[in-house]
Design a protein around this ligand. Structure first.
Ligand code: ADP
Ligand code: ADP
Length: 231
């Protein structure tokens, strides 16, 4: 079953201006893990904004779960290069954040706070952050912050996880640790993933399908099926 579909999507940020992305068609199956690789400026962030409903195509269509999207999507979890953890909240409070915002969790929070906290604790434990739940972001290393931000992206059980260079700021060793962590989470309970990265090794390690975006000529999207054995 197709979960995310782009049909000949182009986008110009200014009317009549240059196209940031051009004629992109792509389909992502439910629970598929895809990666989009390409140089800076090729349109990766634009693609993410289109999926999340933060911007609309100039031409073409974007469908999520069979519906043409209009406005921000709630079924999505996101994590970025900077962890964007709120500095005045502890790790646990940061991970709980989507449950305070997204329904049906929001209206159940008062009754089920303990149950939700246990969910967050279980996820934190899964990523190796047990014992760090009451620490503040500045007390955590960069790798720990990214672990926490991935927990926050997954706590409300989104159907789609969008990752924009989530490991870009980490050292090579920590990055590979986090690849394994993400792979384990995804294998345990699959969800659809769109990963944007300029690290081809990362894309190949994690994704079922890798799409390569190029700056020239005209931002064409090339699908590369991977035949490299995963480590
Ligand atoms: P990335 O780290 O994904 O390569 P960039 O550094 O290219 O992202 O862009 C960071 C942000 O700046 C993005 O949200 C993008 O939309 C915005 N941006 C990039 N280029 C322009 C531009 N020419 N005019 C206005 N905003 C831009
Ligand atoms: P990437 O994430 O791959 O670096 P982007 O999607 O940020 O690429 O950018 C694709 C193209 O669109 C670039 O030429 C960039 O300068 C332009 N762009 C991105 N965001 C904006 C914006 N908000 N306004 C105008 N141009 C933008």
């Amino acid at each position: 079953m197709v979960f995310v579909e782009f049909e000949d999507v182009s986008l110009a940020y200014e009317e009549g201006g240059d196209l940031a992305i051009k004629d992109i068609s792509l389909s992502v199956k439910q629970n598929e893990f895809i990666a989009v690789v390409g140089p800076s400026g090729c349109g990766k962030s634009t693609l993410m904004k289109l999926v999340s409903g933060l911007t609309e195509p100039t031409s073409g269509y974007v469908y999520i779960d069979g519906r043409q999207i209009g406005g921000p999507q709630k079924c999505i979890g996101m994590a970025f290069q900077a962890s964007n953890l709120l500095p005045w909240r502890t790790t646990l409070e940061n991970v709980m954040l989507p449950l305070e915002i997204v329904q049906p969790y929001r209206s159940q929070l008062r009754r089920k706070r303990q149950e939700f906290e246990a969910m967050a604790m279980a996820l934190l434990e899964r990523v190796g952050l047990k014992g760090w739940e009451h620490k503040y972001p500045w007390e955590l290393s960069g790798g720990m912050q990214q672990r926490a931000s991935i927990c926050r992206a997954l706590i409300h059980k989104p159907q789609l996880l969008m990752l924009d260079e989530p490991f870009g700021a980490l050292d090579a060793f920590t990055r590979e640790e986090l690849w394994c962590m993400l792979q384990e989470l995804w294998q345990e309970q699959p969800f659809t993933v769109i990963l944007v990265t300029h690290d081809l090794r990362e894309a190949v390690f994690l994704a079922d399908t890798v799409y390569v975006m190029s700056k020239s000529p005209g931002q064409i999207l090339v699908k590369r099926d991977i035949d490299i054995e995963r480590p």
